[in-house]
Structure formats: C-alpha cells, structure tokens
Design a protein around this ligand. Structure first.
Ligand code: GLN
Length: 472
C-alpha cells in the first residue's frame, strides 16, 4: 500500500479495505524499520497520529464516501520548518531544539482540517540553508536510491520520505530550489508555487521575499490535490495571494495542445551533465509528441542568478535569524551551525552602511533583470522546460568543504524564486548508475493549472515516477 497514490489510498480507505488506524500503524512500523538507513525523520509523532487516525476512522464510518474530504485519513509529513502544534519543530537547528509550537502553520492546519494525519517532521538543512541536507545540525539524510549519495536539500527528508512511502505527501518549502532539487534527486514530484500562492504563516522564515510553500508527492495529480487544500488567501499572511485558487483538479485533464515550450539556451550550456541533457532531450520529444511546439529562448541574466541569490537570501536570513537571541526565542546563538553563521555574516555585511548600495541594492536591481527576462520569455512561450540541477545526485561529503560548489547547485532553480514564478519538478530518467534525473516546467505567475495539465499529460505517457527505490 505504500506505493499507492493519494487518490488510490483514499479509495481503499473508503471501500474499507483497511482502516486509517491500520494504515497509520503500518506506516509507523515502516518508518521504525527503514528510516534507520535513510534518516528522513527528525521527529515521529506516533501518539498524535494514532489519535488523529481514530478521529478519521469515526468520520469515515459516519460520512457518505462522496462527501468525505479526499485527504481524510492520509498520512503525511512536514518539513521541520513548519510549526506544528505540540510537536517539536526545530528547522533542523540546535537553536530550536525542544521547541514546541503552540499553533499549526496555516498549510498544516488546512490539511489537518481535511483529516490528513501528520506522522512526523522531516529533516532538512538547518533553516533551509543548503542543497544536500548535510547542513542539518542533527544528522544527514541519505538518498534512498543509493545510501552513499545525498537526497538533495534543503527538503531532503521530505523527498526521501515520499520516495520510500513513509507518508503519502510532504508539506515542503522552496526558497531557491529546496522542493525541486530533492524531488529530482529522489525521483518524486514537487511543486514550487507562485510567490504568495500558499500562506507562509507558521513557516520558520529563511528569506521572506523568496520563501514558498508547496507539496512533494508521488504524482502531479497528488500535488494538485494537496495544493487545492493549502492554497488561498490567509488573514495571517499579508503576502498571500488574495484570489481563491482555481479548480486545479478539473484543469488536470484539460490537456495542453498548441502550447509553446521554451528551451532557455543558458540552461543547456557546457555546465549541464550529459546524462541529464539526454534525459531532457527525450522529455522534449515526448512533449512534442503530445502536441507541444518547442523553441529556443534566451534568459541572458541567468549567469548572474547565483551571486544575486547569495546576496539577497543571506541578507534576509541575517535579519530573520536575529530574533533567535537566546533570551526570548531559541537557545544561545553559539548553537548556530557553520552554514547559518556564514550566511548571517554575509548578509550582515551586505546590508551594512557603506556596502548596502554596492551589494544589496545592486543585487535587487539584477533581480529585476532576471524577472524581466522571464516576463519577456513568456510573451513568446507558455512555459519553459529546463533541467533542475547541473549534475545528478552527488556523494555524501563531496561538497561539504566547498560552500561555493554547493551554492552552484542552485543555478537553474534559484532564478525561479528570484522571479516569484511557479515551477513543477518531475522525474524523467535515471543515470547509468541508477540515480534519478528530474526536469522542471516553469510558468508565468499563477500558471499552476497549466503546469499541472502539462505535467499530468506527461505522467500519463511515462512511468519514471512509478519507479521505487529498493531498500533491502
Ligand atoms: N540551496 C538553496 C540554499 O542553500 C536553496 C534552499 C531553499 O530553497 N530553502 O539557499
């Protein structure tokens, strides 16, 4: 049952093939046996999950099947940056060890209201700072496809958990690639939403102008089911988009004939791994077979995106992390890890008098150029098809001594956050070493429906997303 999609498991719960309690117990058992190898979880909340399972079973018993919310009884996980009422929330940092939030983050609250069952909190790079989950202050997570490799980051725990069937979806967060890159590395599907499409209330802030909340799941269909419930305005987040979300489920089957897909030449240059290039070439042919037209486009500011991101994101994080003063919030500032300290120093420097104009203000100007590149591209194309990472998953320890090498992982993902636009990550192949390869479909602001329609059509004719890691 762990390989089922949300829709399939919901069907089985309704036909009473098994109860929610049985499903939750089986999932907890799987985590206990298999997570020793992966280390996807920082916290498993068995007691709360079983209580919620009992409530869901009662609701299922007394509600006609067609009136039950689709997520009722579905076990899920959340990146450890989301506040969860009464369940330890640490952002994978020693600074917040033992912190018990008194409330649920909005997206968590919304899926719980549907009857979804939080089973645990997943490991990440501390505060979301990283691309391998090795910057967690607790332990690194391993890639379920090969335990010597990283699962990607910062949401490595979320992606690894979904890949292994430990929870059917994860509520995750993407500031510069943290949903898409681990999705690519673990062979799962993940959506980075338009900035503001999902409320950030209760998500521990990394960089407020870049942070976005979205799902990681097995399929595009499952991502749409989750987004439908978590998207929408929120009185508690002034940056949340005010319009109610469209019907994403209905849009899924609309198809996408006559769409034009752009191939940005800067994303297919010499730095791109050959096997990734081959897998994406094949993906492009599949989209063409489905009726899409593809054209080459240019996003000239791409080369500036990593330096721009690594001025803006650390500037914002240095300000956000200032609240953990060891007096009102968090433990002593000495307990920040090396990467958080590096980013606090970088950000404080870039924002300080005398350097602000030279670094932060200039980075904001370049950010605008990056956004304009996309605005121009979307006058010619409906969406963009691109790699997520320049290389396949790398070995644990391979980049830990070289922060710049780690930062360069974000070259194809960071620009999307700087522009505030959505991007859907999906599996599209494997390397000869059996490591997953992913690609992203990038669209203009609030084009999630189009990305879902195109992605769903792709997953109907491919089966990369159905492949599972073998943990034995
Ligand atoms: N790798 C990026 C970073 O280290 C992305 C992190 C994220 O999206 N949270 O900042």
């Amino acid at each position: 049952m762990f390989d089922l999609t949300i829709r399939e498991v919901a069907q089985k719960l309704r036909s009473k093939e098994f109860s929610v309690r049985e499903l939750v117990l089986a999932t907890l058992d799987k985590i206990q046996k298999e997570d020793i190898k992966i280390n996807a979880f920082v916290t498993v909340c068995a007691d709360q999950a079983l209580e919620a399972a009992n409530r869901a079973d009662k609701l299922i018993a007394k509600t006609p099947a067609d009136e039950l919310p689709i997520l009722c009884g579905i076990p899920f996980t959340a990146k450890d940056v989301f506040c969860t009422k009464g369940v330890e929330t640490t952002a994978s940092s020693n600074v917040l060890k033992n912190f018990l939030p008194p409330y649920d983050a909005t997206p968590i609250k919304r899926v719980k209201q549907e009857g979804a069952i939080l089973i645990g909190k997943t490991n990440c790079d501390a505060w979301g700072h990283g691309a391998s989950t090795e910057n967690s202050d607790f332990f690194p997570t391993r890639n379920p496809w090969n335990l010597d490799y990283v699962p990607g980051g910062s949401c490595g725990g979320s992606a690894a958990a979904v890949a292994c069937g430990m929870g059917f979806f994860s509520i995750a967060e993407d500031t510069g690639g943290s949903i898409r890159q681990p999705s690519a590395f673990c062979n799962v599907t993940g959506l980075k939403v338009t900035y503001g499409r999902v409320s950030r209330y209760g998500a521990i802030a990394f960089a407020c102008s870049l942070d976005t909340v979205g799902p990681i799941a097995k399929t595009v269909d499952d991502c749409a089911l989750v987004l439908q419930k978590i998207a929408g305005p929120d009185d508690l987040d002034a940056t949340a988009v005010l319009d109610a979300p469209p019907d994403y489920i209905n849009c899924l089957t609309k198809g996408f004939k006559n769409i034009v897909l752009g191939l940005p030449k800067e994303y297919y240059g010499a730095g791109l791994d050959k096997e990734i290039r081959q897998a994406i070439d094949e993906t492009i042919r599949i989209f063409e077979g489905l009726g899409a037209r593809t054209i080459e486009i240019s996003l000239p500011a791409t080369a500036r995106s990593v330096p721009t991101y690594y001025i803006i994101a650390p500037s914002e994080t240095s300000s956000n992390l200032a609240r953990y003063d060891g007096i009102r919030f968090g433990h002593s500032r000495d307990s920040f890890g090396a990467e958080a300290k590096r980013r606090i120093m970088l950000g404080t420097y870039a924002l300080s008098a005398g350097y602000y104009d030279a670094y932060y203000k200039r980075a904001m100007k370049v950010r605008n150029l990056i956004k304009k590149d996309f605005d121009k591209a979307f006058t010619e194309v409906d969406a963009i098809i691109a790699p997520i990472t320049p290389t396949p998953p790398f070995k644990i320890g391979e980049k830990t001594d070289d922060p710049v090498a780690m930062y360069l992982c974000d070259v194809y993902s960071g620009p999307i956050n700087l522009a505030g636009i959505p991007s859907l990550a999906m599996p599209c192949g494997f390397t000869k070493n059996n490591l997953p390869i992913g690609f992203q479909l990038i669209g203009p602001q609030l084009s999630e429906s189009l990305l879902f329609a195109a992605g769903h059509a792709y997953q109907q004719v491919t089966d990369w997303h159905k492949r599972k890691p073998n943990l034995n």
